[in-house]
Design a protein around this ligand. Structure first.
Ligand SMILES: C[S@@+](CC[C@H](N)C(=O)[O-])C[C@H]1O[C@@H](n2cnc3c(N)ncnc32)[C@H](O)[C@@H]1O
Length: 270
């Protein structure tokens, strides 16, 4: 098993992380080294992205790459990295090996597997916070569903039916499996938001995608009716105004914003 670590200057870390997460959706381990931040991925040779791809993702800001064989405890480290989180005292997102939460919260079990979305990443957490502010009910569409964490949370909160799309087969499979483990129904299919035309819609939508993809969705528009409520996330704080404004052509206006770490999520309503 290999551990491949990239070190970037602290001031460029947020940009590098955004790019890396699009390449390594299951998440990266983060270590604060003072003026540098280290992001590490684990996997067998051939499973993790190639060094040239990672270098390209980190762009010109990469300082150092460290590749090491990791000892047998890598699995424990990976588990320690994926900790449960509670959102708004109502949702508890945990990996399968963590204890069930105390009564009173919705228990959402997500196996980090190959798809993005353990709930712990700020972009997912901020989406869940905004979702908790909405009156649940009716149909919901999750664009870029990853592990299915947002779709599953929505189903548990009372949206029905819940649908999700992702361009990666791993994400479609992970969402199906995680939905089954959580005892909810999510209708998930493969859809490429860059190639397959306007986004499929529902009255309530969540889209935890990065800036370029959200701008592409705003440009391509919606396949059905414009959603009444759309949560956009995956935005660095300084990107949120631009991307929220891009949905203005569809009559969607910002009504709430949540920020955490370097990230922002915005609720747009018609
Ligand atoms: C930041 S992750 C969000 C995952 C999950 N919804 C969450 O909030 O944790 C973005 C997801 O969008 C998917 N994605 C990226 N490009 C896409 C595209 N062109 N079409 C559809 N899905 C895409 C990725 O596979 C990934 O699962």
């Amino acid at each position: 098993m290999l551990r491949l670590a990239l070190r970037v200057p602290r001031e460029h870390a947020d940009i590098a992380l955004a790019e890396l997460l699009s390449l390594v959706p299951a998440g990266v381990e983060e270590r604060d080294l003072g003026d540098r931040i280290e992001y590490a991925v684990y996997g067998a040779p051939g499973e993790i992205p190639s060094l040239p791809d990672l270098q390209a993702a980190a762009g010109g800001v990469l300082v150092e790459v460290i590749t090491e064989e990791v000892a047998d405890d890598w699995g424990e480290r990976w588990k320690a990295f994926h900790q449960p989180i509670t959102i708004g005292d109502r949702l508890h997102v945990r990996p399968p090996w963590a204890d069930a939460p105390p009564a009173g919260t919705q228990d959402i079990v997500i196996d980090p597997g190959q798809a993005f979305g353990t709930g712990a990443h700020d972009t997912t957490r901020l989406c869940l916070e905004l979702l908790l502010e909405l009156e649940p009910g009716g149909e919901l569409m999750d664009l870029g569903c990853g592990s299915g964490v947002l779709a599953i949370a929505a189903a548990k909160l009372g949206w029905d039916p819940v649908r999700g799309v992702d361009h990666e087969l791993e994400s479609v499979d992970a969402t199906r499996e995680n939905a089954a483990v959580n005892g909810v129904e999510v209708d998930v299919s493969r859809f490429d938001l860059l190639r397959d035309g306007p986004a499929p819609t529902a009255p309530t939508m969540v889209a935890n995608l990065l800036r370029p993809l959200l701008l592409a969705v705003a440009r391509a528009g919606f396949r059905g009716s414009v959603p009444e409520r759309l949560i956009i996330s995956g935005l660095l704080r300084e990107q949120a105004d631009e991307v929220a404004a891009a949905f203005g052509v569809h009559g969607l206006q910002e009504t709430a914003r949540r920020e955490g770490g370097d990230w922002a999520a915005v609720l747009l309503c018609r």
